[in-house]
Ligand binder design. Structure first.
Ligand code: ZN
Length: 221
């Protein structure tokens, strides 16, 4: 089933599915829980568009590649090109929507790669490694430093964060990213995960929310 960006009302968003630009350790409490130092400059990595799947109707995880961790994150959909030092206004104008998302990670594999100082792609870029809910339009939020993200699994809240806790807030983060590589319409930003990450298992019932805005139920297959 091919993925297409869409809004919560079901309308398709006619951008190609681009790359997914991610930031690691953007919440201090999460860096701590994995015994990672808090970075002095943003730690970026990219998942290719081939990772992206929809949250709706259930999603698959790899079953024979060690522990698969969930990371609930606020996803930002880019709707206009951005490169080299965009202004705050240009960034705000380029944002097309927000959604709750899961950055899935092969945690055992990542630990092995990290220990060797190697890149993380094998742990972060498998098919299905970026699970996106439908987007709400950008005007939903007046204050981008107050967006709540919450994940419950089998009825228990596991992650409950807010963009207020980000070490790199959304707009400066995107300015920094656009200075590293051009962003294009259809690219998605994953803005880091709050504390509470853990393993995901086949059969888990997942509720992913932009707190107070929307709520999506799904199941791990
Ligand atoms: Zn992440």
């Amino acid at each position: 089933m091919s993925y297409q960006h869409k809004y919560v009302d079901g309308t398709n968003i006619h951008f190609p599915v681009g790359k997914v630009v991610c930031i690691g350790r953007n919440y201090a409490e999460h860096a701590k829980e994995l015994d990672n130092p808090v970075p002095t400059e943003p730690l970026l990595f990219i998942k290719p568009g081939s990772c992206v799947v929809s949250l709706e109707g259930g999603f698959n995880i790899p079953t024979e590649r060690g522990s698969v961790h969930y990371e609930a994150e606020i996803a930002v959909l880019i709707g206009k090109p951005l490169s080299t030092k965009p202004s705050r206004e240009e960034v705000l104008d380029a944002i097309s929507g927000f959604a709750p998302a899961l950055d899935l990670t092969l945690r055992d594999k990542q630990a092995e790669l990290k220990a060797k100082g190697l890149p993380w792609e094998i742990a972060k870029s498998f098919d299905g490694a970026a699970v996106l809910a439908p987007f709400v339009v950008s005007s939903t939020f007046e204050d981008l430093t107050d967006i709540g993200i919450r994940l419950s699994i089998n009825g228990e809240v596991r992650q409950d964060g807010n963009s207020a806790q980000m070490l790199n807030p959304i707009v400066p983060m995107i300015q920094y990213m656009a200075g590293c590589f051009s962003l294009q319409a259809g690219d998605v930003i994953l803005t880091g995960t709050p504390a509470g990450v853990g393993p995901l298992n086949v059969g888990d019932e997942v509720v992913l929310e932009l707190a107070g805005v929307n709520r999506f139920e799904s199941v791990v297959r």
